[in-house]
Design a protein around this ligand. Structure first.
Ligand SMILES: [Zn+2]
Length: 391
């Protein structure tokens, strides 16, 4: 009997999870749509929605004509303020803090220059985040979700290694909050989660590599719809694959890593060597201004950006054979001509088996601001991790 009771509880919970996922995916839906999409009995859906309405997870917004003549259906919408989180994007240069909502949207609240000293960083962070968390009702606060520009032990919320900041083996959880959950993930993984959720071009793609270009280069790898992290969480660190055996020294201590030729810092240094001046206060800003410029004197630099990104992507395609490679971070605004040049370069060098038909696309999330993909991913990550408790 106990076994049967547990079974029905599990079925009930998985039904509720399914309906919640559908509500999250569809900004405006109806009980009927949910029943069709889930394959559940309409009376089961009605019962679940009744509970969700009383929990404040969704709301009825307006009556809308449905396809059936004379019938009206109430439209259901996810309540974006049902659950909220504090999302933190730790950047090598700048840290951005915002409020994450239940629909995966984010509003940026404050930002500060990232101190290299971890204690100093934590002091600043706890001060700034407490100002935000105290304005969120306790019953609706999910906790903290952080994006890290390095390797992260996701299970234990531990920073394993951030080469650019020199951070190693740091436990954040206790220091940020003893009371609420603290989740961490790598910025490229979070960007990939955000892209998969928001971009209709990859929503049904199962094997994706997301290349996050910034001060360094991080990659998120998805196999069969799941993020692949590796034994020690360092999978996807293609930024540190050797592309020049006697190349420049990298922050990781090795020589000739991909990011020593293709990161924003590498490109800005190359611009200086070429006698080009780039406007901006940070390497990322200078790189973006180069991509946006119509000045012909930047053409040689653009060709180098295409080649240096291309060489890494050739290696990724030859190693993993993904269905799609997404260019994110600053590379998400790569001009159309540069994207075509990059594709030509990649297709001229990859193995014959790909049919010289590699798919490289730009992240669609750049329109929402530079930090958006990581922060949206962080907002979604904490919801995914907490969904079991929510329903
Ligand atoms: Zn390296």
């Amino acid at each position: 009997m106990v076994g049967k009771k547990l079974d029905s509880e599990n079925i009930g919970r998985s039904n509720r999870k399914l309906i919640l996922q559908l509500l999250r995916k569809n900004p405006a839906t109806t009980r009927r749509d949910l029943a069709v999409a889930s394959g559940l009995n309409p009376s089961t859906v009605t019962k679940i929605i009744k509970d969700f309405l009383s929990m404040g997870l969704c709301e009825e917004v307006r009556a809308e004509e449905t396809g059936r003549i004379g019938r009206k259906a109430i439209v259901l919408r996810l309540n974006r303020k049902a659950f909220m989180s504090v999302v933190i994007d730790i950047g090598v240069e700048e840290t951005i803090i915002g409020k994450g909502f239940f629909d995966g949207s984010v509003s940026v609240v404050s930002r500060f220059r990232t101190p290299r000293d971890f204690d100093q960083f934590m002091d600043l962070l706890t001060k700034k985040t407490s100002l935000i968390s105290r304005n969120i009702p306790k019953s609706r606060f999910l906790g903290y979700s952080l994006s890290v520009p390095g390797i992260v032990d996701v299970e234990n919320s531990r920073i394993v290694y951030v080469p650019h900041l020199g951070w190693k083996d740091l436990v954040l959880r206790e220091r940020l909050s003893r009371r609420y959950p603290v989740f961490l993930d790598n910025e490229a993984n979070l960007s990939l989660i955000a892209e998969k959720w928001n971009n209709p071009d990859v929503v049904s793609v199962r094997d994706i590599v997301f290349v996050y270009v910034s001060e360094g280069i991080g990659c998120g790898v998805m196999f069969d719809g799941q993020i692949y992290r590796g034994r020690d969480y360092s999978a996807g660190e293609f930024g540190h694959m050797t592309v020049q055996i006697d190349g420049k020294k990298c922050y990781c201590g090795n020589f000739g890593c991909w990011e020593t030729i293709a990161s924003t810092e590498a490109i800005v240094n190359l611009a200086t060597e070429l006698g080009l001046e780039l406007k901006g206060t940070s390497n990322n800003e200078k790189y973006l201004n180069c991509l946006r410029s119509t000045d012909a004197s930047y053409e040689p630099l653009l060709r180098e950006i295409e080649r240096s990104l291309g060489v890494g992507i050739v290696n990724i395609v030859n190693s993993l054979d993904p269905e799609v490679v997404v260019l994110g971070g600053v590379a998400s605004i790569l001009p159309e001509v540069s994207l075509r040049n990059l594709l030509d370069f990649v297709n001229s060098r990859v193995l014959y088996a790909t049919g010289q038909n590699v798919k490289v696309i730009r992240s669609m999330l750049h329109e929402k601001g530079m930090a958006s993909s990581k922060m949206i991913g962080a907002a979604l990550h904490i919801i995914d991790r907490k969904t079991v408790d929510l329903v």
